[in-house]
Write a protein that binds this ligand. Structure first.
Ligand SMILES: [Zn+2]
Ligand SMILES: [Zn+2]
Length: 245
C-alpha cells in the first residue's frame, strides 16, 4: 500500500491558513516527500510526523513555498532530531547550487556545519527517467516563473504512479504526465480567472478529457478558488488529507 499525506497543500501566501506544499508518500520500502516548502517542518510537526523517516525529497521547482523548508529540515536533522540515515534531495536543474545558498541566507554561518549523515543533492534533467532509491521519476518542463526551473513530476513507487503538475500553466506534457496515473495531483489556483503560470479551474475544465488519471485531487488553491471549492465535483486537498493507493 502507498499512503499519501498532504502535509501542506496551500499556496505561497498561506491562503486559508494552509501550509506550503509538502506531499508525503509512504510506501513499503521508502518514504519520500514531493516538495518541501518554507512551512513544511511546522506542517509535519503538526501531524506528529518525524522528518527523520523521509528518505528522499523531490522538488518540482525552486520557489520558497516548494523548497524553502529544506534548510530547516537539514539543520534540525543535525541538531535536534539527530538523524542517522542518508537523505537524498533531487530537484530541477540548479538545485545543487541553489539549496546551499538558501541555507546560508536563512541561517548565516550554518554552512560550517557538517552533517553526520550522508546528504546527496541531485539535479534532474527533464524528459528523462531517473531512478533514485528505487523511485522511478520523470520530470517534464512546466510553464511557471522561468528562473525557478519549473517541472511537473511523475513518480512510480511500489507499482503505483503519482503524477503532480507542480506549479504550472497547462502544458503539452500534461496528458502524458497524467496517463494511467493512480493519482494526479493538479494545482488549481484560481476559479474563474485564468492567471498566467498556473493551472486554474477553467484550464482544468477545458482539458479535463485529456487527463486520463484514475483519480484527481486539486491543490495549491488560492483565496478565490477556496471560496468556490464546494461548487465543483473534483476533490480538493486539505492539509492532513490522507489517500491510500
Ligand atoms: Zn507554489
Ligand atoms: Zn511556484
Amino acid at each position: 500500500m502507498v499512503k499519501i499525506t498532504f502535509a501542506g497543500c496551500g499556496d505561497a501566501f498561506g491562503s486559508g491558513g494552509r501550509f506550503n506544499t509538502c506531499i508525503l508518500v509512504a510506501a513499503p520500502d521508502i518514504c519520500f516527500a514531493i516538495d518541501f516548502g518554507a512551512s513544511s517542518l511546522i506542517a509535519l510537526n503538526a501531524l506528529g510526523i518525524s522528518h527523520n523517516k523521509i528518505d528522499v525529497i523531490l522538488l518540482t521547482h525552486l520557489h520558497g513555498d516548494h523548497c524553502g523548508g529544506v534548510s530547516s529540515l537539514l539543520l534540525d536533522a543535525m541538531l535536534g532530531a539527530r538523524r542517522e540515515t542518508p537523505l537524498t534531495i533531487a530537484g530541477p536543474k540548479g538545485t545543487v547550487a541553489h539549496l546551499p545558498k538558501v541555507q546560508e541566507a536563512l541561517y548565516p554561518g550554518s554552512s560550517a556545519m557538517t552533517p553526520k549523515f550522508d546528504v546527496e543533492i541531485i539535479d534532474m534533467d527533464v524528459m528523462k527517467p531517473h531512478e533514485i532509491k528505487g523511485l522511478k521519476i520523470t520530470t517534464y518542463p512546466a510553464i511557471h516563473t522561468e528562473a525557478t526551473n519549473p517541472t511537473s513530476m511523475r513518480v512510480e513507487v511500489a507499482g503505483k504512479v503519482i503524477a503532480y503538475t507542480g506549479d504550472s500553466a497547462w502544458t503539452q506534457h500534461m496528458p502524458e504526465l497524467a496517463r494511467g496515473a493512480d493519482l494526479l495531483i493538479s494545482e488549481c489556483y484560481f476559479f474563474k480567472k485564468s492567471v498566467p503560470f498556473h493551472m486554474n479551474y477553467p484550464d482544468l475544465i477545458e482539458h479535463r478529457d485529456e487527463l486520463q488519471a484514475k483519480r484527481i485531487v486539486l491543490t495549491h488553491l488560492g483565496p478565490e478558488m477556496l471560496r468556490h471549492r464546494y461548487e465543483i465535483p473534483e476533490q480538493c486537498a486539505d492539509d492532513g488529507l490522507v489517500i491510500e493507493l
